[in-house]
Design a protein around this ligand. Sequence first.
Ligand code: BMA
Length: 339
Amino acid sequence: MTKRTRRLLQKLREIPKKGYAFGHQDALAYGIDWKNNGNEFKSDVALVCRDHPAVFGFELGNLEKGLPDSIDGVNFKVMRKLVQKAYQKGGIITFSWHPDNPVSGKNAWDTTKAVHTLLPKGDLYGQFYEWVRNLGHFFRSLKDKKGRRIPVIFRPFHEMNGSWFWWGKGHCKPEDFVSLWHETLKLLTEEFKVRNLLYCYSPNLLLRKKDYLKYYPGDSHVDVLGIDVYQHLTARLFIRHLKKDLALLKKIATDKNKPFALTETGLEKIGKKKWFTNVLHPLLVDSGITYALVWRNDHPNHHYAPYPGHAICEDFIAYAENPQVLFLKDVKKLKYKAK
Ligand code: BMA
């Protein structure tokens, strides 16, 4: 791990002393009715409130195949520029990855069994090697103005305890999942010499402690503990579930002495009044998480952050005024001793 990567880990540990950082997926790449060509520093969040998010999510799906654009339509050269800008401004960068099903060639949600084929003795190991090489090449190309590698969080094979992705529950043995994780890290670090990554393990909503660790690749293979919990139904249910899961995660993370985060969350379209101030914030404020990231703003029927003109803007502005919710300038100001 590079010195800057260790510092990022330290920053993640420091944030909960002040509050938690706010994140948004693809925040800089596009918003409702606009798309970045790489030259702007713009986000729907900053169009609505005082600042940009502190955590910037990006999606890598398609990169493994050497394609120019992500599965969500972001050009990887543009993405690299945006990562550089975000880092320069003190932001935290995290990558999700929704690779297509390597057996069927369909998307990540196609659950044809595939994990075992990617392992060293599997038929598609060669292809997997190429995939990870392409990712490694990209990670190594993330450099600041002085040519130093930019540290980022990589969150592969997420929500594995759900059964909607080909690496998920019921589509592979937990031990094969763990082997896939180990192999991915081994290739990245040993074969492709990638040293600027923190690895984040993030199951979906669970409710039972033993479920969290069912696919856990081990303490030496994970740096950040995550969890993905959305509000799909009522706020009441969401509050009940998230409260329970965050308490559980806190226990596990404290035991393991690792930072933890709400790696994906949100209410699609944000149709509930005061959702940010009344539902989300009270759950997170003393939870100990380092950040919470809401999902992407694709279009008016699929978005999780506000955008100008949306009814939730006023509530979001009030939410952003909370000193414990850290935006970009707040994390930049954060003082901590470099180890
Ligand atoms: C899902 C949706 C999809 C998207 C995928 C990966 O939740 O937003 O449209 O392709 O995430 O980012």
